[in-house]
Design a protein around this ligand. Structure first.
Ligand SMILES: [Zn+2]
Length: 342
């Protein structure tokens, strides 16, 4: 099993955090932003480990029992809060889409207790833009007078949707995509991969180490990725009418699980970007190397302007869905506006 909490890249941010925490100059709240799968959760775990590490010279050491328990997700003072925390579907058959006031009240209650086993209680709030207004306001009160041994880490890929007063209370850590050389080096170092395998994987991941870890660990993810690429190839060939029908099913899927749907659209966008690059004849920067034959086939048939248009349309669609536009209309518009071959 590959260790999924290992951070790849972001060295400057990590060095700065370690230096501040080792001088007890940590913040009571951090906001970690950046694209999906870039390593936001890993950096949050890094902070939790640095805060609780038993080592005095180099923190986090990654070896002591505190670091070890945090990386295995079993440390009793470190808790992750997310929208579907219990993994259940709710009354309407959908996943919970907001972080509720009750989830935040639990943090507030516990934060006045002493840590059980470490030096700090650390709460990591994933997709923190999904906190309800009530929940955000309750958390804000805690951050205005934070208890001594508590650190709250907000994670978000759309920080502009978080209550601004909450953002202003947190130290910002903005993560960018990791360049592929650094990613390759990280994969070799941490997972002992062969040079060539690490190179192909790092090019596939578009600067997002989380995708590399998923591909290494997760058969289900490989299948999901392969199905989503089959779908975009199917749509590239489909008539307007077939696409229109398809739009309806996409909208239903979105209502069931919006994160999974946005991940599929992001993969399609990446595939069309590959087709666009191929239309310019620069095949070695293509991410989906395993699909290169079809990519260059569609590059020839669609031509650069249409490929560029599809990338743009998908970018717009993702933006609209994140801003809660009507999904049914948004998918319909996407399916009808993308150029077809027939
Ligand atoms: Zn340690």
């Amino acid at each position: 099993m590959v260790e999924s909490s290992t951070v790849i890249g972001h060295q400057m941010a990590l060095d700065r955090l370690s230096a501040a925490i080792s001088k007890d100059q940590n913040s009571h709240a951090y906001l970690i932003t950046g694209p999906d799968s870039v390593g936001k959760n890993c950096v949050a775990n890094y902070i939790a480990s640095a805060l609780n590490c038993e080592n005095t010279s180099q923190i986090p050491c990654g070896q002591c029992s505190q670091c070890n328990r945090i990386s295995r997700g079993v440390h009793s003072d470190c808790e992750t809060i997310s929208v579907d925390v219990d993994g259940n579907l709710h009354g309407d058959g959908n996943k919970r889409t907001v972080i509720t006031i009750d989830q935040v009240r639990k943090i507030i209650r516990e934060s006045y207790l002493k840590p059980y086993e470490g030096k700090y209680r650390v709460y990591i709030i994933q997709q923190s833009e999904r906190m309800s207004e009530e929940a955000s306001n309750a958390l804000l009160k805690t951050l205005e007078e934070p208890p001594e041994q508590v650190v709250i880490i907000l994670i978000s890929s759309v920080p502009e949707q978080i209550l601004p007063t909450l953002v202003s209370r947190a130290q910002l850590i903005s993560l960018k995509k990791v360049n592929w050389h650094e990613l390759q080096k990280g994969l070799i170092q941490k997972f002992q991969l062969d040079n060539n395998v690490a190179e192909e994987l790092s090019k596939t991941c578009d600067g997002k180490p989380g995708i590399a870890v998923k591909i290494l660990n997760d058969e289900e993810y490989k299948k999901w990725r392969s199905d989503a690429l089959d779908e975009v190839e199917f749509l590239a060939e489909a008539s307007s009418y077939s696409r229109f029908i398809y739009g309806g099913s996409l909208s239903k899927r979105y209502l069931k699980d919006r994160d999974a749907s946005i991940a599929v659209l992001t993969l399609w966008q990446e595939w069309w970007r590959d087709v666009l690059i191929s239309s310019y004849g620069i095949d070695d920067s293509i991410i989906n190397q395993s699909r290169i034959k079809k990519i260059s086939y569609y590059a020839n048939r669609y031509g650069s302007p249409n490929c560029a248009r599809n990338v743009r349309m998908l970018t717009d669609t993702i933006e609209k869905l994140k801003k809660n536009f009507n999904p049914s209309l948004t998918f319909e518009q996407l399916m009808l506006s993308m150029p077809t071959l027939t």
